[in-house]
Design a protein around this ligand. Structure first.
Ligand SMILES: [Mg+2]
Length: 415
């Protein structure tokens, strides 16, 4: 079989509300690029990558000269064809490679008539549990609804998500407001859901000392782990010497070199595996095996997914014996999806691993066209800016947090 063409389409899919994080905001929408790899046998594989625009579409188009004529079964060669480590110093294609690996695995599965998890050695579970992934949110400008800023709003939102999807673990995306206020929020969640587990993730916004203070103040709670409280292996290592809570990262151990460093000189206990950041599902499986060997924990990370990428996370979770934590997904914050049948559904906090050949999802072409048009009309958004604080951008560690008493509703450019 040979690859004959690679098509990339950047789309914008609405979120239920604008999601705030320590480095900026998702401005009420996700921009993603859907990749279709075509073959001479008529089988088309699907991939997905975060971000997009003309840059992403051109980047995939630029790989056609490398990959047209390549056999999609030759995954090991593809890695070196486009991700040679030395060439990557100049032109890092890790995330492009991930999207193309997803598509090639989809093609192989469709050709052989088996789900991707079978290509990875077979599943050990058929459902993947997820955490609630709570965000502070801006209200919708038109309806005035959807805000999550006060403790009452946060608890109401968490209760609603738990009632609808059945979550048993709650992750607070944090680092937006001052840590003293977020500590109140986090402890209120713990009091509201005493049987559930928790995780706090300020995206490395805190100094080592502030993270230490925060970690000590939550150490009596049912923490899965304390996620990226501060930046850098050295800072995390200092924290790890002083805290009893496991430390997790999706930020500073995202390749094999960093994993080797963390094995030699541990700074992090739980590695959050992202099928995009690591360059594909297979790299995550290898990393999980290394973590298992050295007694490190793992979980499945979310970098903001539509149904195609969600399928990669489900197949990954299905084959990892050492996956004891629930996964993360932004998925339930989406208003819609671009796969046939609409959004996948949670049951008791878990999503079933797709059973159909390949990734097990099909593209809804009408939705793809609709959301490609929405991208063209709205354009991109600045992930690393906060529409409620024009001109602001965070230092690291951050010393200028948002005001939790300010209920302003910024213009998100959504019309
Ligand atoms: Mg994180």
């Amino acid at each position: 079989m040979k690859i004959t063409d690679i098509k990339a389409t950047t789309i914008t899919v609405p979120l239920e509300a604008a999601l705030r994080h320590s480095n900026g905001t998702h401005w009420g929408r996700f921009v993603r690029t859907v990749v279709e790899v075509e073959t001479d046998e008529g089988i088309v594989g699907l991939g997905e990558m975060g971000g997009g625009g003309a840059g992403a579409e051109l980047a995939f188009a630029g790989l056609k000269s490398y990959l047209v004529g390549h056999d999609p079964f030759d995954l090991n060669r593809m890695r070196y064809a486009i991700c040679n480590p030395t060439a990557s110093l100049y032109n890092n294609r890790t995330q492009l490679h991930a999207a193309l690996e997803f598509a090639c695995l989809d093609i192989i599965g469709k050709k052989l008539g088996v789900p991707v998890y079978q290509l990875l050695g077979g599943r050990v579970r058929d459902r993947i549990g997820f955490a609630s992934y709570l965000f502070f949110r801006y209200a919708d400008r038109r309806s005035g609804r959807g805000e999550v800023r006060t403790i009452d709003q946060l608890l109401k939102h968490a209760r609603a998500l738990k009632a609808e999807h059945g979550f048993h673990a709650h992750k607070l995306k944090a680092g937006v407001f001052h840590p003293d206020y977020e500590l109140e929020c986090f402890r209120a969640l713990a009091a509201e859901f005493p049987a559930d587990t928790l995780r706090y993730d300020p995206n490395a916004a805190l100094s080592v000392e502030e993270a230490l203070r925060f970690g000590q103040a939550i150490s009596d709670l049912r923490n899965d782990y304390f996620e990226d409280p501060t930046w850098g292996l050295a800072g995390m290592r200092r924290l790890r010497e002083k805290l009893s809570i496991p430390l997790a990262t999706n930020t500073i151990v995202i390749d094999f070199e960093q994993l080797a460093t963390n094995v030699r000189d541990p700074a992090v206990d739980v590695i959050l595996l992202d099928t995009t950041f690591w360059g594909g599902i297979r790299a995550c499986v290898r990393a999980a095996q290394i973590c298992d060997t050295f007694g490190l924990g793992i979980a499945v990370h979310s970098s903001g997914e539509l149904g195609i990428q969600l399928a990669t996370m489900l197949h990954l979770g299905a084959v990892l014996p050492n996956l004891v934590f629930t996964a993360d997904a932004h998925y339930h914050h989406l208003a819609d999806d671009i796969i046939v049948g609409g959004k996948m559904r949670y049951e008791n906090g878990a999503i079933a691993v797709p059973e159909a050949p390949g990734l097990g999802v099909e593209l809804d072409r009408d939705k793809l066209a609709t959301y490609a048009e929405l991208y063209r009309s709205l354009g991109g958004y600045a992930y690393d800016r906060d529409p409620g604080r024009p001109g602001w951008y965070p230092l690291l560690p951050n010393t200028s947090f948002a005001d939790h008493l300010n209920d302003a509703v910024p213009d998100l450019g959504l019309g």
